[in-house]
Structures are given as structure tokens and as C-alpha cells.
Design a protein around this ligand. Structure first.
Ligand code: NAD
Length: 267
């Protein structure tokens, strides 16, 4: 049994993670952390997730938890996640990070924590998306430089970072397969007199609106045909189930930085 703590338990993903732990037979809820200023401190986490009482109460910090748990699942915000990663490295706790929008410095700090404890970090925890990463590598390798690559994503109106971590991950997968450096070739949105498209670029377009959980399409366009690889998430449960699966997998691993591809055996 993997004893799991949910960070940001009151968030959209936090509540969904509470439900995913509840339905997973290999996992048990050991605690949940909400913001210290929240009126939800002390509330029963089962009730918070609409599951009925579970006798595990929301606390206001990791220090306020009892010590007997295995893995922290964190879907919050980059600065918060980094503080928690340092705490986990110090306390010897495994960590699953779903937070997106980390800059290069923050990614390096997370990798440093992973030298001490096992960490899974994935911008998207869904099985389908991780399969798409694999399909994208195959498509890019087969189609090569003759096809223009564009990534289009849409998310709900509350999302704060753009393009999505998943869109960037898809762009990276294609760039790697084509021997390009995404930092050099990425184009984030276009406006005005942009001139003709440079062949090696990988374009990103971001749409925001309504309650869209997460749509991603990678377009490979050549003269005469177009290949599109699309993933559409219709429920946050797909990410939450993946995160809980990652937590159970991570419990018995040595320190290191792992991806969802590792968890799913796709590497
Ligand atoms: P959200 O705003 O609904 O939830 C974030 C929660 O974190 C809030 O409840 C907030 O109160 C809490 N929080 C912030 N600081 C805290 C602190 N110091 N202590 C405790 N709690 C704190 O956002 P969301 O839609 O749930 O998304 C959260 C993150 O997860 C985003 O970065 C999003 O992009 C990412 N996400 C990743 C995946 C994936 O599969 N990897 C899927 C969906 C969302």
C-alpha cells in the first residue's frame, strides 16, 4: 500500500487526486495540505472531494503532517512546488510533480532534489498523451524535414501558463527526433508581417476558453498532405489516475528524476 499526501488538496487537480487515491486499491490517503490562509484547514478531505467523511483532515503545511507516509503528489504552482521539493529532499520523501510552467532554473532545482529522493515530473500524466509522445517521435522520424510542424493547444479559461507544458513537451519530442533544439526553432504565436514560414521552425498556437480540460494537436504539413496527431482530455481524472499510478510505482525506486514514460514502460 502506498500512503499518499496531496499538496494543494483544494485545487481543481487536488480534489480530483483525492478521488483518484480513493478509487485506487494500491493507494491510501495519508494527508492533504491546503494554503495556510484557507478556511478549509481542518476540514475532512473526503468531504472536500465529495466522497463523504474519511477522517483525514486538511492541514496547513507539510510540517503539520504525521511522519508515516510515502509519496507527495504536487499539482500547485512552480514556486510552491520547488519549496516542497526541497522539503521532500531533506525529509527523504518521494515526490510526484504535475505542476507546469517551471522555468529552466526551477527545473534544475527539481533535478537537484531528485539526486536525494525519487521524483516523477511530467507535464501531462495521462496515458494517452504519453503514448502520443511516442507516436510523435515516430511520425517526426518518418516524415523528416519536408513537413512543417505546428502545435495547437486549448485549455479552460483559468489556466495561467502558455503554451501548456504538454504542448512544449510535444514540441520537444518532435524537435529531438528531427535533431533540432526547440529553444532555437520555437515560434510562440504570430502577428503582423511575419514573412514566410522558416522551414525549421516549430510553431505554437494557444487557445483559452470555457471548461476545456486539455486539447492538443500536432500538425505535420507538407505540399499535398497533412498528418495530425490529436489528444483530447475530457476529464481531469485521466491526469489524476496517472499521478496516483506514478506515486505507487515511485515508492520502491531509488533517487532519480523519472518521467511518465518511465512509469508506463514506454522508454
Ligand atoms: P488550481 O489553481 O485549481 O489549484 C492549485 C491549488 O494549489 C490551489 O487550490 C491553491 O490553493 C493550492 N496552493 C497554492 N499554494 C499552496 C501552498 N503553499 N500550500 C498548499 N496549497 C497551495 O490549479 P489546477 O488546475 O489544479 O492546476 C494546478 C497545476 O497542475 C497547474 O500548474 C496545471 O498546469 C497543472 N496540471 C498538470 C497536469 C498534469 O497532468 N501534469 C494536469 C492538469 C493540471
Amino acid at each position: 500500500m502506498t500512503r499518499i499526501v496531496i499538496m494543494g488538496a483544494a485545487g481543481r487537480m487536488g480534489k480530483t487526486l483525492l478521488q483518484a487515491v480513493d478509487e485506487n486499491e494500491q493507494a491510501v490517503l495519508a494527508g492533504g495540505v491546503v494554503e495556510a490562509s484557507s478556511s478549509l484547514v481542518g476540514v475532512d478531505l473526503g468531504e472536500l472531494a465529495g466522497l463523504g467523511k474519511c477522517q483525514v483532515m486538511a492541514v496547513d503545511s507539510l510540517d503539520a503532517l504525521r511522519a508515516d507516509w510515502d509519496v507527495l503528489i504536487d499539482f500547485t504552482a512552480p514556486a510552491v512546488t520547488l519549496e516542497n521539493a526541497a522539503w521532500c529532499a531533506q525529509q527523504g520523501k518521494a515526490l510526484v510533480v504535475g505542476t507546469t510552467g517551471l522555468n529552466n532554473e526551477q527545473k534544475a532545482a527539481l533535478a537537484q532534489a531528485a539526486q536525494k529522493v525519487p521524483v516523477v515530473f511530467a507535464p501531462n500524466m495521462s496515458v494517452g498523451v504519453n503514448l502520443c509522445f511516442k507516436l510523435l517521435e515516430m511520425a517526426a522520424a518518418a516524415l523528416g524535414d519536408d513537413y512543417d510542424v505546428e502545435v495547437v493547444e486549448m485549455h479552460h479559461r483559468h489556466k495561467v501558463d502558455a503554451p501548456s507544458g504538454t504542448a512544449l513537451g510535444m514540441g520537444e519530442a518532435v524537435a529531438r527526433a528531427l535533431g533540432r533544439d526547440l529553444e532555437q526553432v520555437a515560434v510562440y504565436g504570430r502577428e503582423g508581417m511575419t514573412g514566410a514560414r522558416a522551414r525549421e521552425t516549430i510553431g505554437f498556437a494557444t487557445l483559452r476558453g470555457g471548461d476545456v480540460v486539455g486539447d492538443h494537436t500536432v500538425v505535420f504539413a507538407a505540399e499535398g498532405e497533412r498528418v495530425e496527431i490529436t489528444h483530447k482530455a475530457s476529464s481531469r481524472m485521466t491526469f489524476a489516475r496517472g499521478a496516483v499510478r506514478a506515486a505507487c510505482w515511485l515508492k520502491s525506486r531509488p533517487a532519480g528524476l523519472y518521467s511518465m514514460q518511465d512509469v508506463l514502460g514506454l522508454n
